[in-house]
Write a protein that binds this ligand. Sequence first.
Ligand code: G3I
Length: 411
Amino acid sequence: MKLSASFAALLALIPFAAAQQAAYGQCGGQGWTGATTCVAGYVCTYSNAYYSQCLPSSTTSTSSHPGTTATSSSSHASSSSATGSSSAPASTSTAKLNTVAKLAGKKYFGTATDNSELTDTAYVAILDDNTEFGQLTPANSMKWDAIEPTQGTFTFTNGDTIANLAKANGQLLRGHNCVWYNQLPSWVTATTWTAAQLSSIVSTHCGTLVGHYKGQVYSWDVINEPFNDDGTWRTDIFYNTLGTSYVSIALQAARAADPNAKLYINDYNLESSSAKATAMVNLVKSLQAAGVPIDGVGIQGHLIVGEVPSTFQSTLSEFTALGIEVAITELDIRMTLPSTPALLAQQKTDYQTVIAACKAVSGCVGVTVWDYTDKYSWVPSTFSGQGAACPWDANLVRKPAYDGIALGWTT
Ligand code: G3I
């Protein structure tokens, strides 16, 4: 009897042993159905939403995360090693982020989301909570390649899913985006268009997209990222063919399609006084002078821990002084991994600083985080070795950054 119990115990170990991934093998990520634990000496380490990898434990576990074991880590536990949730300081705030944003006089605190994330029930349970998030932005499903993959054929299915989710949850929707140099289908970029042809293409695309969601969208990023960091125009197919006129073509088509949606131009590196911010101010002025509709500037807010610009609030005010609104549209504050309690504490301060700046500027209508969790952040796959940029960690556990946001709205 004793012998057979030991044998059973031994048998029970066999699938576990067989399930361990080899050194440097994949051990997690969206759609991954293979092993999620690693052979001895390796830790399953979160890289991005699509990929976790077995890396040597000596390079992945740190003294700041004593709870992380070198072996048998699940991909979730490994996320902790990348984001520091296992032994890092916890969030203690009892505030709900959208509730306190509205108490501060704002329209919303919101988050980006993406269709592929909506099968994650634990993620969706938090996303659906409109006391936390009063607004959603589709991270990808309203972009040109998703909406008009071939000329004249519009596919709204994924965009509709997020629009309907926001509606069901009582959340505002930001539309993202009509015209951007990135994520364009090849039919747009692979042809040499005349100005008249491209003007019609832009007008049709924006008019059809905005018109489809008429009455459902609080604000649209009609134009995304038109400038280089030095304030010169980005020389994409739109600028090269139409000059600056593509901006007014798109804005006018959007206004005609949904007269009640707020029309924004959205860009990054607008968080401080800079040539790029000045270029945006001048663009807004010239559009206003020409009678072209423009209601807001989106300040994306892809920031770095410890580097929130000291002129953030005054830069927001420079835009609202033009008689338009501003919103922080894509906030995340990344760090070099692994995270440490000190980095997480600084990140909390940084989130608080950003939110306090929006709170202090009456024309700043709201803040959107570019997904609320490190589990689905775009950062690690774009900036090698960086991440942990969101207020919830990869295990959907609130970080000190959450408390920073709450403090920003409430103090
Ligand atoms: O859909 C495919 C999937 O089929 C495939 O298996 C997978 C493998 O990599 O790729 C998937 O497409 C990815 C797509 O996101 C959807 O998840 C693309 O590779 C990936 O490049 C794309 O990244 C998006 C990025 O924009 C593209 O530039 C990010 O999710 C999105 O968060 C990011 O958002 C931008 C804003 O629109 C503008 N401001 C900057 C911000 C961050 O880059």
